[in-house]
Design a protein around this ligand. Sequence first.
Ligand SMILES: [Zn+2]
Length: 265
Amino acid sequence: MEYYLIVFCVGLAIGSFLNVCIYRMPKEESVIMTPSRCTSCGTSLKPLDLVPVISYVFLKGKCRYCGEGVSAKYPLIELLNAAVYIFLLYRFGLSVEFAAASYLASILIAVFFIDLKHYIIPDQLVIAGLAGGILLMVYNLFYPVGFYGGDRSWWNPLAGILSGSGFLFLVAVIGMLIYKTDEAMGMGDVKILAPIGMFLGWKLTVVALLLSVLLGGIISIILIAVNIKKRRDAIPFGPFIVLGTLISMVWGHDIINWYISRLMA
Ligand SMILES: [Zn+2]
């Protein structure tokens, strides 16, 4: 039980760092070298102003120095990251799968919010993901990783890159040829599928892609139907990739087994 409390606090702290990434990466500012500042008055924040969630609550959502309101999305993203960690701990227990899933999930939470607002996926997040993917790939040579379904072959994570990035790249090329533009599918989507493919292996990556397309289709239709988006508006695909990947990471093998049992019936 005490594991849950520790994991929750670590989740809040990493969530706090994700806020820095989400705020600074689109502006190409360093995420580690410069100290945190108030976005209104520019005062450097002290450690006491930066305790996840607690500082926000005690300062009643205002900057201590200028009194300007601080967006509630900061504590909410911290809480979201901590909640995801708790769920993953519940799902995978204290295991390598839990650590790997938490690492990828945090990167994907940053991808979700950055792509939603700025329509880009920063290369730094892709690189951080690849670094973790390589570690997991090496680990799988010695101990089987659950995401790969017990498949210890060295090429499985690489086949994941091919079925994820390779497939989206093909879609991008076909889209460019049909619409005669080079913006049919963002290359950021192609790139982020590389670490996702490494973490999930090829089977769960295929499930993740299918879920992303399905969710993207359904939610786009709803957004257009309720007039939040118009038919010609660009809707970023990254957030759907994030949702599809998280669902596949947690329930992918269940989905595959369910599908196969239906085929057999
Ligand atoms: Zn301020």
